[in-house]
Design a protein around this ligand. Structure first.
Ligand code: ADP
Length: 568
């Protein structure tokens, strides 16, 4: 491989790379941007939706728990306001009151009456608590101080985790306390009612981070310390959301809020991958779309690059062909000029021969009377030879004149031409060739067809080119018999005449028909066609103010239609 070829190949590779890179990058950038932006908006919308739905759940749940505790306290308030200490302090009546209380809520486990010293004076329930002293119990101190109290979960005398609601009442000088225990199972069920996704759960922690209820996942017990959760928000009724990981590094989305009348923290949490499940599905879908889209872009880019390179190569080839045609056209033009010069040069000796022949003729006339009859035969032969010389010299000068006429290119003279006169003259020039090729010529020239303006030799060039093309196409299809060439002329309308040349040759394929008026387009073998004929014809007809059109059906034939402005 020589250096030039190597360089050419290197350049080809560079062009290929730059087209390919551009083809990939240009659609890729907006594609990635579109996916990125929509993914960003989708994720932020989903994140904020998930957070706000978690917040809504925690808020609703808090309201529900608060109203539950409030209602249970009101239940006790109703009793203390309806009955006095003595009325409750009877075995039968506390049992009846407790039975009625249980009808109001299944959450109550037992009911107890305490005097101001914290002695459990009367009890209704399943434990043996009557007579026990609670003076030092935290809940008792709180209720005596504040009038009512909801305790944290504690073990108490019964040694089972529970919590109590107690209210203080004073009648006269007497102060007493009514206390009810809440069923932890009932309360647990109520708290853990929250069901979000696969892992959503809710529970309550006290100020010290001790579990007041169980967790749905069941991994801790009531009264355990929550070792994972450390970020207690400041008190108040606002809802806080954050993400934190447990010991097993599972990330959770938390929403927490303090209860209003009790220092309990309600926690609702859900595993992050569960909460953002649809987000991850969207991520996978986006990834798949990206991979498929990217692959399509790359495949298309490779395909298009190949096509473009092929086209570039084709154009290069066409350019080379065009260059060769141009060189050939220039050669033809040079030959034409040479021929014109040659004809001019030959004209002078021809004139001299003609003059000499005329001189010999005159001399022969002068001496013809003086020669004897025996020589008359020779004289006759000389005269015949001279006639022959005259005839041939005339033929030669006709040929040189024709060559000179052809060489005189740009001298056009426009004049009024009549189709009925000029067309038969031109047809006459091709009649012989048509005959040899077995082509029948049909002529239909309308008598009332109007005249037109044009240069006769240019018009002749146009028709001869069309006839020759038609005869070539006919010969290709039919060989030397069965050809048909039809020439028609008529007035198309007030302003235009139409000349139609129809043949039954090969026809022109739809792909080629767009190109036939382009210079250098030819389907003929090298040396036979230059591809200039029709483009020159088109230019000539245009210069006459007319148009040229073509209709063709492959395998049927072709019609060229020339429209020219009518001269009235
Ligand atoms: P050339 O005759 O040198 O090829 P032209 O410009 O005269 O150049 O014609 C261009 C091409 O148009 C021809 O090569 C031929 O393929 C097509 N063509 C022209 N006239 C006809 C016709 N009557 N029937 C079929 N093909 C034609």
């Amino acid at each position: 491989m020589n250096k030039k070829n190597q360089k050419h190949e290197q350049r080809g590779e560079q062009v290929k790379h730059s087209i390919l890179t551009n083809m990939i990058i240009v659609p890729f950038v907006p594609f990635i941007l579109a996916i990125g932006v929509s993914f960003y908006y989708f994720t932020t919308a989903l994140e904020s939706n998930t957070t706000s739905s978690l917040k809504r759940i925690v808020g609703d749940h808090r309201d529900m728990i608060e109203s539950f505790l409030m209602e249970r306290k009101s239940d006790l308030d109703l009793i203390t306001n309806t009955f006095n200490f003595e009325q409750i302090n009877q075995k039968e009546s506390i049992n009846i009151i407790f039975e009625n209380l249980k009808k109001r809520s299944g959450a109550f486990v037992d009911l107890g009456l305490f005097d101001s010293n914290g002695v459990h004076v009367r009890y209704s329930g399943k434990y043996e608590l009557q007579g026990k002293k609670y003076t030092q119990e935290l809940w008792f101190k709180e209720v005596m101080q504040n009038g009512s109290h909801v305790s944290d979960i504690f073990l108490g005398y019964r040694n089972i985790p529970h919590f109590v609601i107690a209210v203080r009442q004073s009648s006269g000088k007497k102060t007493w306390v009514l206390r009810a225990t809440i069923d932890t199972l009932f309360f647990d069920r109520m708290i853990s009612k929250v069901r979000i996704g696969r892992t959503g759960e809710s529970y309550i922690l006290n100020k010290a981070g001790i579990f007041q209820t169980q967790r749905r996942s069941g991994d801790i017990r009531v009264m355990d310390k929550d070792l994972e959760y450390s970020g207690f928000p400041p008190t108040g009724d606002s809802i806080h959301t954050f993400i934190a990981a447990d010991d097993a590094k599972n990330k959770y989305l938390y929403a927490t809020t303090w209860l209003k009348n009790k220092e309990w923290l309600l926690v609702v949490r859900q595993e992050k991958k569960d909460a953002y499940k649809s987000l991850y599905s969207a991520l996978y879908i986006s990834l798949i779309i990206m991979i498929i889209g990217g692959a399509v872009i790359i495949v298309m880019a490779v395909y298009m690059t190949e096509r473009i390179l092929k086209r570039i190569e084709q154009l290069g080839q066409e350019k080379e062909n065009l260059g060769n045609q141009l060189i050939r056209a220039a050669q033809l033009a040079e030959i034409g000029e040479m021929a014109a010069g040659f004809a001019h040069e030959i004209n002078n000796p021809l004139q001299i021969i003609k003059n000499e022949q005329a001189l010999i003729e005159t001399l022969l006339e002068d001496i013809s009377g003086n020669i004897d009859a025996g020589k008359n035969e020779d004289m006759k032969e000389i005269e015949e030879s001279l006639d022959q010389i005259k005839l041939q010299v005339n033929r030669c000068s006709q040929i040189t004149h024709a060559i000179l006429k052809f060489g005189r290119k740009n001298e056009t003279k426009q004049q009024v031409l009549s189709p009925c006169h000029i067309i038969p003259e031109i047809i006459h020039m091709i009649e012989k060739k048509a005959n040899v090729n077995g082509i029948e010529i049909a002529i239909n020239l309308s008598e009332n067809c109007a005249d037109f303006m044009g240069d006769p030799s240019q018009f002749q060039q146009v028709l001869l080119n069309l006839f020759n093309n038609a005869m070539d196409a006919i010969a290709e299809r039919h060989g030397s018999s069965g050809g048909m060439l039809k020439i028609e002329s008529c007035k198309e309308n007030e302003n235009f005449i139409a000349i139609k040349i129809t043949d039954n040759g090969t026809g022109i394929s739809p792909g080629n028909i767009k190109k036939i008026f382009s210079p250098f387009f030819t389907t003929k073998p090298v040396g036979k066609g230059t591809g200039l004929g029709l483009s020159v014809c088109y230019g000539i007809i245009k210069s006459f103010g007319g148009t040229m059109a073509v209709k063709s059906e492959p395998g049927v034939g072709t019609t060229f239609i020339i429209r020219l402005p009518a001269v009235n």
